[in-house]
Design a protein around this ligand. Structure first.
Ligand code: PLP
Length: 437
């Protein structure tokens, strides 16, 4: 990669990169956690993003509106509560690459996966397979397993998992395509994480969509680790449905409202099957409270309940910062940040290295996160970093092929919104000094 030739492993270089960074002021829009009085090196935005400074004011504003208006808050003000979910649609269109009528924010991620599978997983005796990655995020595994059982099928025979080939830690797009083609006429649903939470691998979603649709199956994506991290074009790729949480790269707070995308083919069809609630009822006549559900002919038709306003408000603050920064500029910086991290970690002498980067090297096949696969010293390295004010996370080994001595993964995610090249440099200095002990 040409980028790598332009990096230098010294602090002056990192500081120069920061001074040239056109997004550097966005950091000031976030609360940075402190460790012993100093800003932590927060590389955990893949797990829980940091709080936008505007967020608390927006929550308080809704508390005040409730205090002052009571029930009338549903109908008064710039964003009355009955319309509040619309306030977050426009920014999301750019972030996920979708049309207005394809987006609804509601519930949380796992719940939404269930609701979407209620619509899109309709197994028959001849077509009941779900193709997904082995070692998917546990919640996704439980969703799929329980859905299969609910329909009276057996997870053993209805779930087909893609695993890395012997000796590898990553799956390839070719492998996925081959498996989809092989099982195509028996497959009801293909379901993948856009970015794998453990390895940080970003899949070729456009290709997977193409192959899935050649077989007549539906494609669903879990975008928990992809949204706000890599540019997405869900509509253009023809993805059928997707769900994401907004508390990782989207910085909207613990348990924040989830997002859902449904391709317009289905979103605009009020007869498409779904589990229904009153907030999915056609808005024009919703409050007539009539019998017989009539869906709003957009993704809003999947909304069940009135919106949890206090969990929505921080998303408005966060989205606004994404709009100002723009996904393209964020992604450009992200590629530079993570490539710089790779460059610095690669310059630690091989015989001292207690880790191996398992995330793909090509920036098109990853987002912000690097996963450092460690030997038995991994936990000690993680501890060492924590004591020096680094916040990242530790996952026990689930790549069993790696065998004895492979302890786990340290996930490190420098995010372009609020992290700096200097932090990446400092992080690498800590890792290097641990390795050189
Ligand atoms: C973070 C994450 C979840 C979390 O689900 P919640 O319902 O928001 O608790 C689910 N799936 C994946 C792939 C994730 O990364």
């Amino acid at each position: 990669m040409t980028d790598q030739n332009r990096f230098e492993g010294n602090k002056a270089f990192a500081l120069e990169m920061d001074s040239k960074d056109e997004l550097r002021n966005f950091r000031d829009q976030y609360h940075i956690p402190k460790k012993e009085g100093k800003d932590a090196i927060y590389f955990c935005g893949n797990s829980l993003g940091l709080q936008p400074k505007e967020a608390a004011g927006l929550v308080e504003n809704e508390m005040n509106r409730w205090q002052d208006l009571g029930v009338e808050g549903h109908f008064k003000g710039e964003w009355p509560w009955t319309q509040y979910h619309k306030a977050v649609v426009h920014p999301a269109m750019d972030i996920i690459g979708a049309k207005e009528e394809e987006i609804i924010h509601m519930n949380t991620l796992t719940v939404n996966l269930h609701l979407l599978m209620a619509s899109f997983y309709k197994p028959t005796k001849d077509r009941h397979l779900i193709i997904m990655e082995a070692g998917a995020f546990p919640s996704d595994q439980y969703v799929v397993e329980s859905q299969v059982r609910m329909h009276g099928y057996d997870p053993e025979t209805s779930i087909v998992e893609v695993s890395p080939v012997e000796g590898e830690t990553l799956i390839s797009t070719d492998q996925i395509k081959e498996l989809i083609r092989k099982n195509g006429d028996r497959t009801a649903l293909v379901l993948f994480g856009g970015i794998q939470y453990f390895t940080g691998q970003c899949l070729d979603m456009a290709e997977i969509s193409k192959v899935t649709h050649e077989t007549g199956a539906f494609l669903g994506l879990d975008l928990a680790h992809a949204v706000g991290n890599v540019p997405l074009k869900l509509h253009e790729w023809g993805v059928d449905f997707a769900a994401w949480c907004t508390y990782k790269y989207l910085n909207s707070g613990p348990g924040a409202i989830g997002g859902v995308y449904i391709h317009e083919k289905y979103a605009t069809d009020p007869t498409f099957p779904r589990l229904a609630g009153w907030y999915g009822y056609n808005a024009a006549t919703r409050f007539l409270m009539q019998k017989k559900f009539q869906a709003t002919p957009t993704a809003e038709g999947w909304q069940l309940s009135n919106a949890p306003i206090l969990s929505f408000a921080p998303l408005i603050a966060s989205h606004s910062l994404f709009q100002q920064a723009g996904m393209e500029r964020l992604r450009n910086k992200s590629v530079r940040l993570t490539s710089y991290l790779t460059y610095l970690l690669d310059s630690i002498p091989a015989k001292e290295r207690v880790f191996e980067i398992i995330t793909p090297r090509e920036s098109s096949a990853r987002g912000a996160q690097l996963s450092l696969f460690t030997d038995h010293q991994g936990k000690a390295l993680f501890q060492y970093l924590s004591e020096r004010g680094v916040v990242c996370d530790w996952r026990e080994n689930n790549l069993t092929e790696k065998g004895v001595g492979a302890a786990g993964v340290i996930r490190v995610a420098p995010t372009p919104m609020y992290n700096t090249f200097e932090e990446v440099y400092q992080f690498a200095v800590f890792v290097s000094s641990f390795c050189g002990r």
